[in-house]
Design a protein around this ligand. Structure first.
Ligand code: SF4
Ligand code: SF4
Length: 153
């Protein structure tokens, strides 16, 4: 990597970490597979919605909820599909007018909550600070060197 490239990389890293307070770089682009529009969990407060009656009450809070239909229930909670997804073309029927959460998807916040991107998704997240760097810092703070071995009982 040239020194100019390194310089711009360090500026970018500083901007993401310190100004935007991000932990991941997002890369890639949407390939319009539509998968994120047909397996949706809804979070209310700290919990994922598991109860249809509660969801009916929440519908009045956000117009986007009106477009969601329960299609399944699993260990995590109710699974919704958005009715704006065209099941044939896999495209959003209201693409130009879709809500902010859809425009920004996938955000780091969703990713940090434990949500996973499908394997087909064109986006990916990479830690801004690589694990090896975090690991070195921990070793340094504990006065250990990288030859140390850890045993888990
Ligand atoms: S509004 Fe469009 S982009 Fe948003 S979840 Fe529904 S189909 Fe997907
Ligand atoms: S899962 Fe990823 S690639 Fe597929 S529609 Fe959603 S954002 Fe786009």
């Amino acid at each position: 990597m040239s020194s100019l490239h390194k310089f711009f990389a360090s500026i970018k890293r500083f901007y993401y970490l310190k100004i935007l307070r991000r932990k991941y770089y997002r890369s890639g682009k949407c390939n319009c597979c539509g998968l994120c529009c047909e397996k949706i969990y809804v979070k209310h407060g700290k919990n994922i919605i598991k109860d249809e009656e509660l969801f009916e009450k929440l519908k009045t809070m956000h117009s986007f909820y009106e477009d969601l239909e329960v299609v399944d229930k699993d260990d995590t909670g109710l699974v919704f599909r958005c009715n704006n997804l065209d099941l044939v073309t896999r495209k959003c029927k209201i693409h130009k007018h879709r809500v902010k959460i859809c425009r920004n998807y996938p955000q780091e916040e969703i990713f940090m909550m434990g949500a996973q991107l499908s394997e087909e998704c064109g986006y990916s997240f990479t830690p801004i600070v690589p694990f090896s760097e975090v690991f070195k810092k921990v070793l340094k703070s504990k006065n250990l060197n990288s030859d140390c071995k850890f045993f888990i009982e």
